[in-house]
Design a protein around this ligand. Structure first.
Ligand SMILES: Cc1cc2nc3c(=O)[nH]c(=O)nc-3n(C[C@H](O)[C@H](O)[C@H](O)COP(=O)(O)O)c2cc1C
Length: 175
């Protein structure tokens, strides 16, 4: 069963560097089931964390501040693996963790966090924005609590549930 967990961590780690992998762009769900695509920025298997970048003024950040439970979903066609992750999200803003990640971004990567007016504001024309304000960068760190993996195989489909509370010992589930 741990081969499935190893496969997931390997795909997540590679996804940070390889844009062609499904794990590079997971779907993040917050609070009331709002979903959006995000880029996976950093992975630590040792700390059981995944990092995502966001504008601090974005809806997802407000939603995670109100309810830190986040869910992440990936369907990796190549490996026929569905990854479902439940995590506790911590929003880093104006701290060392956020500053280190922001400083490491190229200029064009930093620029988007200066957008004015703030994300989600209705505007008459998509060109009516500027990038001259202060950066509003946030790093969302997901602390993994539960992982459910579904591996589709010609011979046997395997579904397993792993929880932090049980030290990531897995249990088989009926697919
Ligand atoms: C391919 C792709 C990658 C994206 N990556 C991110 C990302 O890493 N961080 C982010 O905040 N938004 C990202 N977005 C935009 C979000 O999907 C979303 O539209 C935006 O963050 C506003 O969502 P919110 O109002 O729920 O916060 C990405 C969108 C696409 C299509």
């Amino acid at each position: 069963m741990n081969d499935l967990l190893d496969l997931m961590w390997g795909l997540l780690e590679r996804g940070v560097r390889d844009r062609t992998l499904a794990t590079n762009r997971p779907t993040l769900a917050t609070g009331g089931g709002q979903m959006r695509t995000v880029v996976l920025r950093a992975v630590s298997r040792a700390a059981q964390t995944l990092d995502i970048h966001s504008d601090a003024r974005a809806g997802k950040v407000a939603q995670l501040r109100a309810d830190p439970t986040a869910n992440l979903h990936v369907w990796d066609t190549h490996n026929t693996l569905q990854i479902r992750i439940r995590a506790a999200a911590q929003v880093h803003r104006d701290d060392q963790i956020a500053a280190k990640a922001f400083t490491a971004l190229p200029d064009h990567g930093q620029r988007i966090y200066r957008v004015t007016p703030h994300p989600g504001t209705p505007i008459a024309d998509p060109r009516h924005i500027t990038f001259e304000g202060q950066p509003h960068f946030a790093l969302i760190r997901l602390h993994l609590q539960e992982v459910e993996l579904l591996h589709l195989d010609r011979d046997v489909h395997r579904r397993a549930l792993f929880t932090a509370g049980e030290n990531w010992r897995g249990r088989w589930l009926v697919p």
